[in-house]
Design a protein around this ligand. Structure first.
Ligand code: ADP
Ligand code: MG
Length: 216
């Protein structure tokens, strides 16, 4: 069976993320309209469409090159806070995959790539868990992935656990008061709204659980 961290698998992951964001563009924009500037869905949709086209136009040489292309395209085309942050996520994930040679450890490699991406977003955005950002979906997903693999679960099961954890983390942003990004300008009034970035980040993990499973 195909390797879940090979170039085709990662390309499928990005394609599925793009598809989900396109499908939910209006919902993402509505969430951003409530506590931001109503551009999250449209910006991310534009960036991911460009990323899918870039992968299609010039097939990447290896898994790291695929994610690097996604990163640079997002940084160039998305704008706002989330463009550079998602760009950093994919750039750091690419860096973590660069040294992977042994496909028998693909689960650990993928978990390390997710963790490296998360750490990159923390370093770049200086947000913490609980600040009502994309980190609140990405962090629980990384933890769930690590925990499931440490417990000896197969990668497919670990990815599904990560997607559930990301969705729970997204839901948990509703009562939070935003402390980073535009939503923080609202202070207490940001509470009671689901964070748009955590919502798109949950789609990123859901896409991984769809596109990277069944490849054992
Ligand atoms: P902008 O706020 O510049 O319009 P977007 O609307 O594309 O950017 O993205 C907003 C999302 O970005 C927020 O919902 C939040 O999840 C995320 N975000 C904003 N600032 C940070 C940060 N410093 N660290 C992590 N995520 C952040
Ligand atoms: Mg916005």
């Amino acid at each position: 069976m195909a390797d879940p961290v090979d170039t085709a698998a990662l390309t499928a992951w990005v394609g599925e993320f793009a598809r989900l964001v396109h499908e939910q563009r209006d919902e993402l924009t509505a969430l951003d309209a409530a506590i931001g500037d109503a551009d999250h869905g449209a910006n991310l949709d534009r960036g991911l469409t460009a990323a899918v086209s870039a992968l299609d136009a010039e097939p990447p040489a290896d898994p790291a090159a695929a994610l690097k292309t996604v990163a640079t395209t997002l940084i160039r085309t998305v704008g706002g806070a989330s463009g550079p942050l998602y760009g950093t996520f994919f750039l750091r994930a690419a860096g973590a995959l660069g040294g992977v040679t042994d496909p028998t450890h693909h689960g650990t490699a993928l978990a390390a790539a997710f963790r490296a991406g998360y750490d990159g977003v923390v370093a770049r955005g200086k947000a913490e868990p609980g600040d009502k950002t994309m980190l609140d979906a990405l962090g629980p997903a990384c933890d769930a992935l690590d925990r499931a693999l440490a417990d000896g679960e197969p990668l497919d099961e670990a990815l599904r656990a990560a997607a559930r954890a990301a969705a729970d983390g997204r839901d948990a942003t509703v009562p939070m008061v935003a402390r980073k990004g535009r939503a923080s300008y609202l202070g207490e009034r940001s509470a009671g709204h689901q964070d748009p970035g955590a919502t798109s980040a949950a789609l990123l993990v859901q896409a991984a659980a769809t596109a990277l499973t069944g490849r054992g």
